[in-house]
Design a protein around this ligand. Structure first.
Ligand code: CA
Length: 344
């Protein structure tokens, strides 16, 4: 017993020394999660294995996957339930659009999706959304499955003896359910297969739909870390009332099911104070901190910064004013460079 107490004392002394050595700025730097949004999407077509590989090489804390389901019930990594914004589906399968003129991943088998070429995100007129990004059209980027992404990251982690996490979003679960598909169950099965679904796994499961998050926790008994993404009610992302989420009462309820929140950048600051020239967090941020949520806002884009803000101003505001725990970024290197400058 004495030995144990002695050992504990030594341990506590050591840990306090350890803590003082690594107290900010180094510890501080480690406390800000860099999440590669859709892989290295600032440099290569989003969500391809190539984009995930490049992201890995940039040393983020997490790499994000968005998951939609194929006709044969397989989770593939795509941001939208539609295909035409990031693939040549309209050329390969011109007759497979639904009545609304759109091509749905759910109407295609994995084998069919494999025949598509993935390109940089385009708008409805076929113009590239981010004009400075990848403009090539010869290299054949393809659609990959969620498990291929998990395998890639798991293998690279083993080979480089590191632990880059995964950060997977279940896309449009209510829409999938209307089509008779349980998207969350399929995604969770894949997470579980790669040992990424337990509480301690270096993994987050994210969703815009609070009803689905409740279902993931209760009906599907998911034990891993879960993040509720926050949009605006006007976006129609889900039936979740984000104004309620942002209320103190709402935050308390959400905290029963979710470990973290994923707001968009426009929700972080108090708009009224801004008009008076003050930069202060929006009211909900304090409620969220009180509930102990991890907060990971989206999205830092070097080529689409909020109006009137430099990269450094944005990142400093996130960390020092709003006090968030990291950021989704299309561009990992500038965020890492900013973090390193913090520790100098
Ligand atoms: Ca996402």
């Amino acid at each position: 017993m004495l030995k144990l107490r002695h050992a504990l004392l030594i341990l506590s002394v050591f840990s306090s020394i350890f803590f003082s050595i690594f107290t900010s700025p180094v510890l501080f730097a480690k406390n800000f999660d860099v999440i590669a949004h859709r892989g290295a999407s600032g440099y290569l077509p989003e969500h391809t294995l190539e984009a995930a590989t490049l992201a890995f090489a940039m040393g983020p804390d997490f790499i994000e996957q968005d998951a939609v389901i194929t006709k044969d019930g397989i989770a593939v990594v795509l941001h939208d339930i539609h295909l035409e914004t990031v693939t040549n589906v309209e050329q390969v399968f011109p007759n497979r659009a639904r009545e609304d003129g759109r091509f749905y991943a759910l109407d295609f088998t994995l084998a069919e999706l494999r025949t598509l070429q993935v390109h940089e995100r385009a708008n409805n007129n076929g113009e590239q959304v981010f004009t400075k990004r990848y403009t090539g059209n010869i290299a054949n980027f393809t659609v990959a499955t969620l498990e291929e992404h998990y395998e890639l990251i798991t293998q690279l982690n083993r080979e480089f003896n590191t632990d880059v996490g995964v950060y997977t979003e279940v896309k449009s679960p209510a829409w999938h359910a209307e089509q008779g598909v349980d998207a969350s169950q399929i995604v969770i099965a894949s997470l579980t297969r790669f040992n990424l679904s337990n509480k301690d796994a270096n993994s987050y499961l994210q969703c815009f739909d609070f009803n689905e998050i409740k279902r993931i926790r209760t009906e599907l008994n998911y034990a891993g870390k879960v993040v509720l993404l926050m949009g605006e009610n006007s976006w129609g992302e889900s039936t979740t009332d984000y104004n309620w989420v942002k209320s103190e009462a709402g935050m308390k309820v959400v905290a029963n099911y979710a470990d973290g929140l994923g707001p968009w950048l426009g929700q972080l600051l108090d708009e009224q104070a801004m008009t008076a020239g003050k930069v202060v967090p929006a009211a909900w941020v304090e409620f969220a901190h009180n509930e102990g949520f991890v907060i990971h806002p989206y999205t830092f884009r070097q080529d689409a910064l909020p109006p009137g803000m430099t990269e450094t101003q944005l990142l400093n505001t996130l960390k020092h004013v709003v006090k968030v725990d990291g950021v989704f970024t299309d561009h990992v290197p500038p965020v890492k460079a900013w973090l390193e400058a913090q520790s100098e």
